[in-house]
Design a protein around this ligand. Structure first.
Ligand code: NCD
Length: 306
């Protein structure tokens, strides 16, 4: 069904297609031998023009666990982009070596451009402040696994909602589910971009914007914390002023629901105090693991081995 398809933004896949990926990921989680050698002989080009630990490693781990291999680079300095090669040429070259490409790039729209020049599937691992659809698959699978549903939920997003691409992708994706209420908590300088608010308004999604995290805590089923995206600021002083606006600690957790789950795409800086890690509602490390399973499901599907 997904054979040969690229994933540039969350809405490239239908809800049914995503559901198939979630079931596949759950199957892989339960039976670690399932699909183990299915990608033998296949190559994944991993082109990271921007730093990454989790996303790159989880894609590479996913491909290796499926029996395939990876090639690529982890920083632009080690690619021909540093010699002035265009993205289109880099992609055409990688597509002639590999069976699929996963790319992270600081420019918004880079993944869409890459998908147009590539003869093999392109998976967007983050394009600037724009989208990060495989993190969204990870987030949705985590919600489904931990709460048993992705509807009738109140979800709070907290932190850098202006530059955080994981928030942009997840809000768009969640707007397709039933009865989702969203609460956006940020300083006024880091509010959600107007174009995303426009999408939510068009779809009649109930949402509010606030500055206070503690007061919002009791309402939430899911709290999605994010770090302030230092690399997207034009001015270091602004970053320093805003970076510690929110720190989730045990006092704030105390007013949250028993059934709350706390997600974070990671890396965490200061926005979740380490004392929260031992709270059973802290789900960000489990979330990272679901990310690997869903990427295994995605790779085996776009490579057409399943
Ligand atoms: C996120 C990203 O790169 O946008 N990280 C990730 O992929 N897990 C979030 C972030 O960097 O803050």
């Amino acid at each position: 069904m997904l054979k040969g398809r690229s994933l540039v933004e969350p809405e490239d896949f239908t809800l049914d297609e995503m559901e198939v990926l979630f079931s596949l990921a759950e199957k892989i989680e339960k039976d670690q031998k399932y699909l183990r050698e299915s990608c033998r002989g296949k190559l994944l080009a991993s082109l990271f023009f921007e730093p990454s630990t989790r996303t790159r490693l989880s894609f590479e781990a996913a491909m290796l666990r499926l029996g395939g291999n990876c090639l690529g680079f982890a920083e632009p300095g080690s690619s021909s982009a540093s010699k002035g090669e265009s993205l289109a040429d880099t992609i055409r070259m990688a597509a002639s070596y590999a069976d699929a490409i996963v790319m992270r790039n600081p420019k918004e729209g880079a993944a869409l451009l890459a998908s147009r020049y590539s003869s093999v599937p392109v998976i967007n691992a983050g394009d600037g402040g724009h989208h990060h659809p495989t993190q969204t698959l990870t987030d949705l699978l985590s919600i489904k696994r931990l709460l048993g549903k992705i509807d009738n939920l109140t979800i709070g997003f907290c932190g850098d909602l202006k530059f955080g691409r994981t928030v942009h992708s997840l809000t768009k994706a969640l707007s397709r589910y039933e009865n989702i209420k969203m609460i956006f908590i940020s300083p006024s300088e880091l509010v959600l971009p107007e174009y995303i608010k426009g999408i939510l308004k068009n779809k009649n999604i109930e949402f509010s914007e606030r500055e206070n995290l503690e007061k919002s805590m009791p309402e939430l089923d899911v709290l999605y914390m994010t770090r302030v995206q230092r690399e997207r600021f034009f001015n270091e002083d602004d970053y320093i002023r805003l970076k510690d606006t929110y720190v989730l600690n045990t006092e704030k957790m105390a007013v949250g629901k028993e059934s709350l789950i706390v997600l974070h795409p990671l890396p965490r800086v200061n926005e979740i105090s380490i004392e929260v890690d031992s709270d059973k509602r802290a789900a960000y490390f489990a979330q990272a693991k679901y990310g690997m399973y869903v990427r295994m499901a995605l790779l085996s599907s776009v490579l057409g081995v399943i």
